[in-house]
Write a new protein. Structure first.
Ligand code: GLN
Length: 453
């Protein structure tokens, strides 16, 4: 049942919120044993919220179960961003979006599994690795793998709130066959998000179908005094899509089946070339993302949050021991590379240069949006890979898998991944990109081309 129908039925009193919540909690526990899609199932909180809503249901999302990516703070519920260094960290506050969802009657059911701090594209850089709904030996994509996995598998009304820095919402949506929106940078408050890279992070939505995204976006979007980068301007209400183009370079991928399937689903398009994006988006993204990440991770030292060790030796020794013990290998790699790129003497050559190139990439998109409402690309250049294949990838090969998603993320542009049928047993996603604040156009067009069979 789609979210809108469920919410209507709840309002009419045709459906019991408590029953739905109990059913989804049972389902989450069963699925979790097989698929590892949750780090925490917040049963007590979900029952408490559903109790209150059952007595006096109010709000625009009254009774709707929502799962939350682990990197978003939920008061008194372990929120560890897929990292062991934050083990047992229970925030004393709700992220702004969590408070907004609860105020509108939503029921928070748990924290979904992810790559540690969002570092990865396959949800394998963590202690709790989610599995693809269509094959247990295969990845869900990442870093919001648990969110996408559960969104696909649940039979209950549900939405998942996830986060993207360089593609972490679109990528797993594509690999798990669900719909998603990564909004314009700043449209949704980041207050209470455990940061990956502040100039890139965006909180967004996953649902089974594109038409279910809007009611959630309506609630979470908006200016927040607690996040100075949140936007006070509203999104554009015009949803008319007049002209579309496919991105030439994005279709120069090896997998011909993905390309053919996506193109067979759209018509009346032009072809546009974005050469700068093709050439520079990956190095630009990884320099910026790693530089910002390395500063964000400095605060995890074993004293202020989460995991610790017996206090021994001087501060430096203790600090190194804690970080060596609890960070995953990929996080250590990013701390080293990011710190290097920010060091005095290198800062101009790497971080500042990357920021300048970023402006060029944004301008390239902006020029395209003078003529087109929507740009189209495959979400991912490959079908979901098996874990055994991922293990063989070098770090660089791993990063290159993000070739199609990092561009819109660097430019802060909204994008959706729309389910577009299957190749063999695996789903394929089409990525639609629009100008800033044109989410309505994306969702409108996405609904038209969606194919879930
Ligand atoms: N795969 C990309 C990275 O590792 C994107 C991750 C994300 O969006 N959180 O940086």
């Amino acid at each position: 049942m789609i979210i809108q129908h469920y919410l209507k039925d709840v309002k009419k009193g045709n459906i019991s919120i408590k029953k739905t919540v109990k059913s989804i909690l049972r389902e989450a526990k069963t699925l979790n044993r097989k698929y590892n899609c949750f780090n925490v199932i917040s049963e007590d909180l979900a029952l408490e919220l559903s109790e209150a809503q059952e007595r006096n249901s109010k709000g625009r999302l009254a009774g709707l179960p929502i799962s939350i990516k682990d990197c978003i703070c939920v008061k008194n519920v372990e929120s560890r961003a897929g990292s062991l260094i934050l083990k047992d960290y229970k925030p004393p506050f709700n992220a702004t979006i969590i408070q907004k969802l609860i105020d509108e009657g939503a029921i928070i059911i748990g924290k979904t599994s992810q790559d540690e701090f969002g570092f990865g594209g396959f949800s394998t850089n963590t202690d709790n690795i989610p599995k693809n709904p269509f094959d247990l030996d295969t990845s869900c994509g990442g870093s919001s793998g648990g969110s996408a996995c559960f969104t696909q598998l649940t039979k209950n009304p549900h939405a998942s709130i996830s986060e993207s820095t360089g593609g972490s919402i679109a990528n797993p949506s594509s690999f798990c066959g669900v719909a998603s929106l990564t909004p314009t940078y700043g449209l949704v408050s980041r207050y209470g998000l455990i940061d990956y890279a502040n100039s890139l992070d965006k909180i967004g939505v996953m649902t089974k179908t594109t038409q279910e995204i809007n009611p959630i976006l309506d609630i979470i979007a908006g200016k927040d005094e607690k996040d100075s980068t949140s936007l006070s301007i509203k999104r554009n209400s015009d949803n008319k899509v007049k002209k579309i183009a496919i991105i030439k370079e994005a279709f120069e991928i090896e997998n011909k089946e993905i390309k053919d399937l996506i193109l067979s689903n759209i018509k009346d398009y032009d072809v546009i070339s974005l050469p700068l994006n093709k050439k520079y988006s990956i190095p630009t993204y990884y320099i910026i993302a790693m530089s910002e990440a390395s500063t964000n991770l400095a605060k995890y030292c074993g004293l202020r949050y989460g995991a610790t060790l017996p206090l021994k030796g001087n501060f430096d020794t203790f600090f190194s021991k804690v970080r060596s013990e609890y960070f995953q290998k990929e996080s250590k790699r990013r701390i080293i590379l990011g710190t290097f790129a920010r060091m005095s003497g290198f800062r101009d050559a790497y971080y500042l240069k990357a920021m300048k190139v970023r402006t060029l990439l944004i301008n390239e998109y902006k020029k395209a949006f003078k003529k087109y409402d929507i740009l189209i690309s495959p979400t991912m250049p490959i079908l979901p890979p098996k874990f055994s294949e991922i293990n063989k990838l070098t770090p660089l090969q791993n990063y290159q898998m993000d070739a199609l998603t990092v561009g819109p993320n660097l430019a802060g542009l909204p994008h959706t991944s729309v389910p577009t049928g299957f190749i063999g047993k695996f789903p394929v996603g089409t990525m639609l990109i629009s100008n800033h604040l044109d989410e309505e156009k994306l969702l409108n067009f996405g609904e038209q081309i969606e194919n879930r069979d």
